[in-house]
Design a protein around this ligand. Structure first.
Ligand code: ADP
Length: 256
């Protein structure tokens, strides 16, 4: 009789337990939501004044001819720190928007060769590294968000630059396969140990302290890349060998 009683009571207990768990989950997701909104709002609020600061610094550097070399150096460092903080805030804002489903993608038909060429030329200029562009097909058209796709490629090139030797080659290769457009960003740098390769797309994940202390950054770049590429219906993968280099591959739906 005792066993039957327990059995009869079991569903009620389970129901109560499920009810309590649901309430806890609701509260957790509410506070998680608030957390995301908070990060989004803070990033947004900080980005605006910093953009103004960067603007003033750049305009002084451009217009003021009487700066002493140490003054110019100090202002240049300040402008570059402002620039990387703005990028970090933009990344946080994008991730917060992606989490809440508000990351807007403006998809349009784009000639990939031109877009990648533009980004490579720009990166080559500011990084002072030679970046080659190879493609077997002169017209690869993708349906993607122009600004976001540039951000993706620039992030991958930035990493290739950061994690490789000053004189080693960086190559971008474009290809197509099965209605997909493929972008490879290849470097001959440090490489990434196998056990880290899946985790580097996680937020704030960085491979090791030694390599990271020297390069700055905070482990958000690749999670942004993944979020943006996913948002455009594509995917991103890595192939890498420690000491030999890395190939990051972005695959996007091709439109022609
Ligand atoms: P960050 O570069 O700011 O640390 P990322 O999310 O862009 O953040 O990259 C995560 C980690 O993956 C980096 O800290 C680095 O250890 C590793 N990594 C990324 N790209 C490369 C690359 N091209 N070569 C070697 N390691 C890389």
């Amino acid at each position: 009789a005792q066993a039957r009683l327990n059995l009869e009571r079991a569903p009620t207990e389970v129901q109560e337990l499920v009810h309590t768990c649901n309430m806890m989950l609701d509260r957790l997701s509410q506070s998680w939501e608030q957390q995301r909104q908070f990060v989004g709002n803070v990033s947004h609020e900080l980005r605006t004044p910093l953009t103004i600061v960067r603007g003033y610094l750049q305009s002084v550097l451009k217009r003021e001819n009487n700066l002493t070399p140490p003054q110019r150096e100090a202002l240049t460092t300040a402008a570059s720190e402002a620039e990387s903080t703005i990028r970090l805030l933009q990344d946080l804002l994008d991730l917060a928007r992606a989490d809440t489903g508000y990351l807007h993608m403006h998809l349009e038909l784009l000639l990939l060769n031109d877009l990648v060429g533009e980004v490579a030329a720009m990166a080559q200029q500011y990084s002072n590294r030679e970046i080659t562009l190879e493609t077997s097909n002169s017209k690869i058209v993708v349906k993607a968000d122009r600004h976001r796709l540039k951000q993706v490629i620039l992030n991958l090139i930035d990493n290739a630059v950061k994690y490789s030797d000053l004189h080693s080659a960086i190559a971008i290769k474009l290809d197509t396969s099965d209605q997909r457009a493929i972008i490879h960003v290849c470097d001959r740098g440090l490489g990434i140990p196998l056990q880290h390769q899946q985790r580097i797309f996680e937020r704030f994940y960085r491979v090791d302290e030694a390599r990271n202390r020297a390069t700055g950054g905070c482990g958000l770049g690749l999670s942004i890349v993944k979020t943006l590429v996913d948002g455009m219906g594509g995917n991103v993968t890595v192939r890498s060998k420690l000491g030999e280099g890395s190939i990051f591959t972005v695959t996007l739906p091709s439109a022609a």
